[in-house]
Design a protein around this ligand. Structure first.
Ligand code: ADP
Ligand code: MG
Length: 701
C-alpha cells in the first residue's frame, strides 16, 4: 500500500462526491480515508438469521427477510402521505412503509426483484409492516462482503436527511477496504501481539467493520481497545520519563535530626502500615535526583496530615523551606493549629498566611520567608501571590487538590529556581487503577487503611416527613454530650433559593431546639470571614451543639466530638461531596451517624447515590460508583490526559484492558526507551506519527 494512502482526502473515494464529503466533514469530522476507517460502529445487529413472513412476531426486534415487492401505492392520510409497498415471500405478505423520501424510493425501487429487507416489524391492523426498511437487492447483498453482524455507525439527523444512511456509510467503508485490499500497516510489535494473542491490525480493522462472527468481533474490539489505550499510556509514561530526566530535583539526602526527633519522641500515635509505606515512597522520591510530582490519595480521616508533616520535616532537615496550601481559610487555620500542636516541643518555625492576614504581619512574614527564618508556611491561595517569595522552597504540599487548578500547580513550580517537589493530597479518591492511568505523569501513593479503633459511621436515608423523629434522635445525642452538623446544599445557580432554604431550616431548628438549653451556630458563604471563624470556633470549643451550615464545612474541618451529620436535600449532592461531608463525623471514639434527608421524589441516579452511601463507607468504592454514574468527563485530570477522546475504549468498562495496556507500555519503555529495536519499529512509526498529531487514531494506522 502507498504509505500515504490513508491520508487521501475523502472525496477521492468512489461514491463520495463533494456534497457528501462536506456533510461527512461537518457531521462526523471525516476528511480522509483514515478518518473513515476509524469510524467505528456503535453496535451490531445480528444478520445471521433470515425470517419468513409467516414466522413474524410483533416483538419490535429487527428482522431480516428475503422477498419481492409486488405493488407500490401512495396512501393519503391526515398528516401527509405514506408510501406503501406490498412485500411477499413464499409464506405470506406484509407491508413496507415510508413516510419520507417518496420520490427517491419510487424512482429506485425495483418491482418483482428479490430484495433483502431489514428493520423492525410491527403489527398494523391485521398485517405486519416494516417502516423505513434497510433494503438491498439480493444480488448485491450476495456480492457484498459476507457479514454476520450488521454494523451500526454513529449517525446524525443531517446525515440521514442527505441520504448518508447507515448502509451508505457501510458501502463507503467497503469501498475503502476494496481500494486498500484490506491491508493496513501493523502498529504493534510481534512480541506484544504474541503475548496477548492479538489479531493483526488488518484483521482487526476488517472485523470491527465486517465481523465474520462474534468471536472475531470480540478479538477485533480487544485488539483495537488495547492499542488505543496502549498509545495513550505510552504518551503519558514518556512524558513522565522526560520530566524525570530533564528536571533535576533537589535531592533530600539526609534523613535528619528533626524527622528523627519527631518520629521518636513526638509522634502522638503509631503510624498505620499504609502511612508508613507512603512515607517511605515519598522519602524515596525526595531522596532521588528527580523532582517529585506525587499524588497522595487517602480517604477522609485516613491521616494524610501527619504524612505531610513528616515530609515537611525532611525538607527542613535538608535545609529547605516548605509550604502547605489548602483551599479554605477554615481548613488552613485548622491545619496551622494542628501542626503547631504537633510541633510544640520542636524548634520549627511555622506561620499562617490567608487573605485576612494583617498587612503588618504580612510584611514580617515576607521578610522571614525571604531570609529563610521561617520553615513552614501554611496558607490559602494567598501563598501563590507574587509578593510571597521564599529563600529556598524545597517542597510544596497541596491539600484537597480538586479545588486547585493546573495553573496554580504550575505557579508553585515557579516559586523556586529549581521547581520544588510537589505533593498533592486528595480525599476524593479516584479508582486506583484509573488514577495510575489518568495521572500517567504523576506518581500515586495511596493510604488505604484507616487508623485503628474507628467505628464505621452508620448511614441512613430518611424522608423529610420523618423529620420529627430525626429531631428526637438529635436531642438524645446532644443529651449524651455529642454535637451535630446540619448541612444544606449551596449550588451556585440557585444561590438565593438555597440561602432561603438554609435560613428556613435554621429557623425551624431554632424553634425546636430553644435557647438556652441548646446553642446553635450557623455558617454560610455570605458571612464575613471573621463571623464565620467566630461561629466555627464556638462549635469547635463545644459551646454550641448544633452547627447549621452550607457546604463550607465540607473540607477538612475536624471536631471529634461531632457524632451526627445531617445532610438536607441530600439528593442534590454528588456522591463524592456526600462522602466528604460524612467524613466530618466519625473522628472520635463514639459511634457516629450520617442521616441523608430527602423528599419522596427521587431520580434513579439519586436513589443509586443514596443507596451507595448507606451501603458503604469505602471512598474508593464510592468513587467507582460515582465514575459509573457521571462518566469520566467530570473527573479531574481526564481533560489533560486525552482520556476523553477515546474512540473505542471506555476507561470505566475497559479498566482491565487499561491495566494490561499500561503494563505493556511500562515494560516496553523500560526495555527499549527509544524504541530502537527492530521488532519495535512498527510501534515507533505509529507513535512518532501520533506525536505529530492531536488525535491518536489519526496516526495509529
Ligand atoms: P485526613 O486524611 O482526612 O486529612 P487527618 O490527617 O486529618 O485525616 O487525620 C484524621 C484524624 O486521625 C486526626 O485526628 C489524626 O490525628 C488521626 N490520626 C491520623 N493518623 C493516625 C494513626 N496512625 N493512629 C491514630 N490516629 C491517627
Ligand atoms: Mg485532611
Amino acid at each position: 500500500m502507498n504509505p500515504n494512502f490513508l491520508q487521501t482526502p475523502i472525496p477521492y473515494l468512489k461514491g463520495v462526491g463533494p456534497n457528501r464529503a462536506d456533510t461527512l466533514k461537518a457531521e462526523l469530522g471525516i476528511e480522509t480515508y483514515r478518518d473513515l476507517l476509524h469510524l467505528f460502529p456503535n453496535r451490531y445487529l445480528d444478520r445471521t438469521q433470515y425470517y419468513k413472513i409467516a414466522q413474524l412476531q410483533p416483538s419490535g426486534a429487527d428482522v431480516q427477510i428475503v422477498g419481492k415487492i409486488i405493488h407500490l401505492k401512495t396512501v393519503e392520510q391526515k398528516r401527509g402521505k405514506r408510501l406503501v409497498a406490498t412485500f411477499v415471500d413464499e409464506t405470506g405478505q406484509m407491508e413496507l412503509v415510508w413516510f419520507r423520501g417518496h420520490k427517491w424510493i419510487r424512482e429506485n425501487l425495483k418491482i418483482n426483484e428479490p430484495y433483502v429487507v431489514f428493520g423492525k416489524v410491527s403489527r398494523y391492523g391485521s398485517a405486519f409492516s416494516m417502516p423505513h426498511p434497510d433494503m438491498e437487492l439480493l444480488s448485491e447483498h450476495q456480492q457484498g462482503v459476507k457479514i454476520a453482524m450488521q454494523p451500526i455507525y454513529p449517525s446524525t439527523e443531517k446525515l440521514v436527511a442527505k441520504g448518508i444512511t447507515n448502509r451508505v456509510i457501510g458501502k463507503m467503508i467497503q469501498q475503502l477496504f476494496l481500494e486498500s485490499k484490506a491491508q493496513f500497516p501493523e502498529s504493534l510489535s510481534n512480541t506484544i501481539r504474541e503475548e496477548l494473542q492479538l489479531i493483526s491490525k488488518s484483521e482487526a480493522l476488517f472485523n470491527i467493520h465486517f465481523p465474520k462472527n462474534q468471536n472475531l468481533l470480540a478479538r477485533a474490539q480487544f485488539r483495537l481497545k488495547f492499542e488505543e489505550l496502549f498509545f495513550v499510556q505510552m504518551q503519558l509514561i514518556s512524558k513522565k520519563m522526560l520530566r524525570k530526566q530533564k528536571i533535576k530535583g533537589m535531592p533530600f539526602e539526609a534523613v535528619g535530626e528533626k524527622f528523627t526527633e519527631f518520629f521518636e519522641s513526638h509522634l502522638p500515635f503509631d503510624l498505620t502500615e499504609a502511612q508508613k509505606r507512603v512515607v517511605k515512597e515519598i522519602r524515596n522520591d525526595l531522596g532521588s535526583n528527580a523532582q517529585m510530582n506525587r499524588l497522595l490519595q487517602g480517604d477522609v480521616g485516613s491521616g494524610k496530615t501527619i504524612v505531610a508533616l513528616m515530609c515537611m520535616l525532611l525538607a527542613i532537615d535538608n535545609g529547605f523551606q516548605t509550604c502547605l496550601m489548602a483551599p479554605t481559610e477554615i481548613l488552613v487555620t485548622q491545619h496551622y493549629n494542628g501542626l503547631k500542636e504537633l510541633l510544640q516541643n520542636m524548634d520549627v518555625k511555622i506561620a499562617l498566611l490567608t487573605g485576612s492576614t494583617k498587612r503588618s504581619e504580612r510584611t514580617l512574614l515576607h521578610n522571614q520567608l525571604e531570609n529563610g527564618n521561617l520553615n513552614i508556611l501554611v496558607g490559602t491561595h494567598a501563598v501563590l501571590e507574587d509578593k510571597v517569595q521564599f529563600k529556598n522552597l524545597g517542597l510544596a504540599i497541596v491539600d484537597e487538590q480538586h479545588r486547585f487548578g493546573v495553573a496554580q500547580r504550575s505557579k508553585l513550580w515557579h516559586k523556586n529556581q529549581t521547581p520544588p517537589h510537589i505533593l498533592v493530597m486528595t480525599a476524593t479518591p479516584i479508582p486506583r487503577t484509573l488514577a495510575m492511568s489518568l495521572y500517567g505523569d504523576l506518581d500515586v501513593s495511596v493510604i488505604d487503611e484507616l487508623p485503628p479503633g474507628r467505628k464505621p459511621i452508620k448511614t441512613v436515608h430518611r424522608f423529610d416527613s420523618n423529620r420529627l423523629k430525626v429531631f428526637r434522635f438529635i436531642k438524645d445525642e446532644i443529651k449524651k454530650g455529642r454535637q451535630i452538623y446540619v448541612v444544606y446544599p449551596l449550588i451556585q445557580e440557585s444561590e438565593a433559593l438555597d440561602y432561603k432554604d438554609l435560613m428556613d431550616g435554621y429557623e425551624s431548628i431554632v424553634r425546636d431546639f430553644p435557647q438556652p438549653q441548646y446553642q446553635i451556630s450557623i455558617v454560610h458563604g455570605k458571612m464575613k470571614p471573621a463571623d464565620k471563624d467566630y461561629e466555627m470556633e464556638r462549635f469547635v470549643k463545644g459551646e454550641t451543639q448544633i452547627m447549621v451550615a452550607t457546604t463550607v464545612i465540607e473540607v477538612g474541618v475536624n471536631v471529634p466530638n461531632a457524632s451526627v451529620m445531617i445532610i438536607e436535600s441530600a439528593e442534590r449532592f454528588g456522591l463524592s461531596q456526600l462522602h466528604q461531608l460524612r467524613g466530618r463525623v466519625g473522628r472520635g471514639a463514639e459511634q457516629s451517624f450520617c442521616i441523608l434527608m430527602t423528599g419522596h421524589k427521587l431520580s434513579e441516579d439519586s436513589k443509586t447515590r443514596l443507596q451507595t452511601m448507606v451501603r458503604t463507607n469505602d471512598g474508593f468504592e464510592i468513587a467507582e460508583v460515582d465514575l459509573k454514574l457521571r462518566g469520566p468527563g467530570d473527573l479531574m485530570g481526564t481533560q489533560q490526559s486525552g482520556m476523553l477522546n477515546l474512540k473505542i475504549a471506555d476507561i470505566v468498562k475497559d479498566n482491565q484492558i487499561l491495566k494490561t495496556a499500561r503494563y505493556h507500555a511500562v515494560q516496553l519503555l523500560k526495555e527499549d526507551p527509544r524504541l530502537e529495536k527492530e521488532e519495535n519499529k512498527p510501534i515507533l512509526i505509529a507513535y512518532s506519527k501520533m506525536m505529530q498529531n492531536k488525535t491518536i487514531w489519526n496516526y495509529i494506522s
